[in-house]
Design a protein around this ligand. Structure first.
Ligand code: ZN
Length: 854
């Protein structure tokens, strides 16, 4: 949106002029409009006398502006994005009375209508710069203040914010019936991006706990009324209590707020958001149908991630968005540690490898990769930086730091950091200083190499043995890509694995060492028998791509499933997947490897990841002339696995879903049809609402079902999930008219919600016949500029990433993307970045396909 950016320089200049004390925000949600709501913001702040500055407010209409008693003409003082404050005094009171717009994109104050019962639900999402879509504010993290909200809403609603919900005061009837006012007590000093408002006829579950300093902390869990029967609040609360105990003990600071509400809200863009004491979550975490165990585990990690932010991020906050990575990486790392140590999901480091690290390695090899400490010049820069570097690589590198400085010094440094900077703003140096003091290690070199440079190193073992297999020399060779040539220090382990009686492959020897430079000798391994498999980065301490030596690779390709330890098995399989993506191994061989070992996988997230990579290997990485045959074989094997799997197991469920995604032959589609119609069944497998949608989706994409079938099912499932699934299925109708209609519904027409837009792109590219979608390649590139300039940031990002024609990798797509980049050198960097990433993905797919064809 034009004029909505804010540069770091502007923020720093404003910070030098202004200090905010308090906001009083009077919000009226009962104006009778579905489009806008009215807010009076009163701000008390100190200023540099005589200076000029501005406050942020993305408004629909400004009724009045009064600065220090003097009215300012909205016509000349409001741009619709900012309100200009011409002359400051030492002490200032500003009052802005304006209408703001409800959003349907998950940014600002989002308004959703539940199709199940017509009820209206509101929630706010402000990170990064969208508090200004609900009230006038100095929108930057280092201008903290106390916020006092008053909310006028229908009397029968629930209203939740950062502070405990007060008793509502009944008012007169408004345009929509009885209404009341909720007057929240002022918050402690926090940043605008973690303020929050959630309102609507939500239902709740309540509990409480006692904090480390003896206060009773009320806990709430909320969701929409139509989802209430599915909400397993007990599980959420149990996890929350485990997290409270763990974090208070390790952080040495009691929970900083007065209550903790967790709200599952509709049409939500991300996993969750750490609003102070008022955390919002995606409804994907309310399980109305069966979900993979991996999703149940992910919900636990997400709950702990957001809870960790109450200290790291909310109590102590980054000064500017260049330290967003620290905020997110810390939450990623510490939530994994807490999940593994304080919950039933003790295998969570295997999950971290399968999800976070895999994501990080992928992102770090894109041309758009950047140092973890990124230069954030403005809001556009930060909006594209919620990526695999900021979250996953940063989290991985913090794991490495944890091992580099040691556990006790790590937590001692952290406690000191919270103690010194409570309620303040910090920079990276403030944290590193505490880790240095606690550990006695100089971290300057480590910081420069790990945080200030981009790219991932490759570690490769060089091993020599005598005739009996005894190691005579062992070295680790380190290399770096030409564009990012930094060679780094690593703390890591090397494991020796061998087959034991009974066939299990287990570790028989381990050494841990510091690796640095291009070649590191490991004399500790000389004289040790090489066993069957040598594993560099055993235990996954380091962040690096790894390769196996030839003998270990040959062994792993036959026996990976026999490796007993899930983390070691995961590392070996990740190494082979990485080599496949680097076009060193054939995609069809990777597919065979997964089929051979998947039934031994014990970890749900690892299983899910392997099946996802198997699908990618078939659909995107197998040479086109072999794809049908390989795909059909893989689908047959998945169906056989599903039939053999334990009745009702997570594995059975996972195989059925993967099978449906890959079903292409008549027999396979017959099997899907029979499951859907329940004329055939697998023991222990219930075709519930969402599995039914997935099966129908496969039938639609396979030409076995059409729009009428989708409509009929939607009639039985008039819910927001149903609408989303229906949009995805309609977009998969394999006709020219079907594709055209789907394209028009979101790419051409701007009205679709964030949820429907995402679902439509997911269905659109799922084709058996690529000629159905190739006509849209040119339209995609021709429309990029307009999408970018006319949609909100989040919607533009969904559309541009979601509709990039990467599902049909071809020289034509490469040429079109390059042509667009050449012709649009001045396009917004964030837009160019999305295209560059899509292009790289296609070029990689073409390389991997070429290797597969050999
Ligand atoms: Zn986070």
């Amino acid at each position: 949106m034009p004029g909505a950016n804010l540069t770091r320089t502007e923020a720093a200049e404003r910070r030098a002029l202004v200090d905010v004390e308090r906001y009083d925000i009077d919000i009226d949600l009962t104006t009778g409009s579905d489009e806008t709501f009215r807010v009076v913001t009163r701000v008390e702040f100190t200023g540099e006398p005589g200076a000029t500055t501005f406050i942020d407010a993305i408004t629909e209409r400004v009724h009045s502006i009064v600065l220090n008693g003097d009215p300012l003409d909205p016509e000349t003082h409001s741009t619709g994005v900012r309100v200009i404050l011409p002359v400051l005094r030492e002490r200032n009171v500003l009052v802005v009375d304006a209408d703001f717009r409800y959003m349907n994109t998950g940014e600002g104050l989002h308004r959703a209508v539940d199709p199940a019962d017509g009820e209206v639900y509101l929630y706010s999402q402000f990170e990064v710069p969208d508090a200004r879509r609900m009230y006038a504010c100095f929108e930057q993290p280092d201008l903290k203040a106390s916020f006092a909200l008053s909310v006028t809403a229908p009397s029968r609603w629930r209203v939740v914010s950062n502070q405990p919900t007060p008793e509502p005061v009944p008012l007169d009837d408004g345009p929509t019936g009885p209404r009341s006012q909720w007057r929240f007590a002022p918050t402690p000093r926090i940043s605008t991006y973690i303020t929050a408002l959630v309102a609507g006829p939500y239902v709740s579950w309540e509990d409480e706990l006692v904090s480390a300093d003896g206060r009773t902390i009320p806990l709430g869990v909320f969701c929409r009324a139509s989802l209430a029967e599915y909400m397993d609040a007990d599980n959420v609360i149990t996890t929350t209590k485990q997290g409270f105990e763990y974090f208070e003990r390790h952080f040495g600071v009691p929970y900083p707020f007065d209550k903790y509400d967790q709200l599952f809200v509709p049409e939500y863009n991300m996993g969750a958001m750490e609003n102070a004491g008022c955390v919002t979550f995606t409804e994907n975490y309310v399980f109305r149908s069966r979900v993979p165990d991996a999703v149940r585990e992910r919900r636990v990690v997400t709950i702990l991630h957001e809870l960790a932010h109450m200290w790291f991020g909310n109590l102590v906050t980054m000064q500017w968005w260049n330290d967003l990575w620290l905020n997110e990486s810390f939450a990623e790392f510490i939530s994994t540690l807490a999940t593994a140590e304080a919950t039933e999901w003790s295998g969570n480091w295997v999950t971290f490898l399968a999800s976070e690290k895999t994501w990080a390695y992928r992102q770090d090899q894109l041309p758009s990769t950047h140092p973890i400490v990124a230069e954030i010049r403005d809001l556009d820069d930060v909006l594209v930086n919620f990526d695999g570097i900021t979250y996953a690589k940063g989290g991985s590198v913090l794991k490495q730091l944890f091992h580099w400085v040691g556990r006790e010094p790590f937590f001692a440094g952290l406690r000191e950091y919270f103690d010194k900077h409570a309620w303040g703003n910090t920079r990276l140096d403030d944290l590193m200083r505490e880790f240095e003091a606690a550990s006695g290690r100089d971290l300057a070199d480590w910081t420069a190499k790990w945080l200030e440079t981009a790219g991932v190193n490759l570690l490769r073992p060089v091993v020599e043995t005598d005739a009996d297999g005894v190691i005579t020399s062992f070295a680790i060779k380190q290399s770096a890509p030409a564009e990012h040539p930094t060679i780094r220090p690593h703390r890591l382990a090397v494991g020796v694995y061998a087959e034991r009686e009974g066939g299990a492959v287990e570790r028989v020897h381990r050494v841990e060492l510091d690796v640095d430079g291009e070649r590191t000798e490991v004399p500790e391994l000389v004289g040790v028998h090489r066993g069957d498999l040598l594993l560099v980065n055993d235990d996954d301490l380091a962040y690096a791509k790894i390769r196996l030596d030839d003998d270990s690779l040959a062994f792993a390709q036959r026996r990976a499933g026999d490796i007993a330890d899930p983390l070691a098995r995961g590392l070996v399989l990740a190494s082979i997947w990485d080599a496949t993506r680097d076009a060193e191994l054939r995609a069809r061989d990777y597919a065979e490897l997964v089929l051979a070992c998947i039934d031994r996988e014990t970890e749900p997230t690892a299983r899910r990841q392997l099946l996802g990579q198997l699908t990618t290997a078939v659909k995107r990485y197998t040479a086109p002339d072999a794809r049908d045959a390989v795909g059909a074989r893989v689908a047959d094997e998945l169906w056989a696995l599903a039939q053999r799997a334990e009745a009702g197991s997570d594995a059975q469920f996972a195989y059925v879903r993967a099978f449906a995604q890959l079903a292409v032959t008549d027999e396979q589609l017959d099997a899907v049809e029979a499951l859907f119609a329940e004329t055939a069944r697998l023991d222990g497998l219930e075709v519930d609402t969402d599995l039914g949608w997935e099966l129908l989706f496969a039938l639609v994409a396979g030409g076995r079902a059409g729009g009428d079938d989708v409509d009929a099912r939607l009639d039985e499932d008039r819910t927001s999930d149903g609408q989303r699934s229906a949009a995805q299925a309609r977009a998969a109708i394999p006709t020219a008219e079907g594709k055209r209609a789907a394209w028009r519904s979101v790419w051409v027409e701007p009205g679709a919600t964030n949820d429907v837009a995402r679902a439509t792109s997911a269905g659109f590219w799922n084709v058996h016949d690529e000629s159905l979608v190739t006509p849209f390649v040119d339209e995609y590139f021709a429309g990029l500029g307009e999408i970018w300039s006319t949609r909100s940031f989040q919607m533009a990002e969904f559309l541009i990433a979601g509709f990039f024609p990467g599902a049909v990798p071809s020289d034509e797509v490469v040429a079109a993307a390059r042509g667009w980049l050449d012709a649009n050198v001045d396009a917004a960097p964030a837009l160019r970045r999305l295209v560059v990433e899509g292009l790289d993905d296609v070029e990689r797919a073409l390389r991997v396909r070429a290797r597969d064809a050999q």
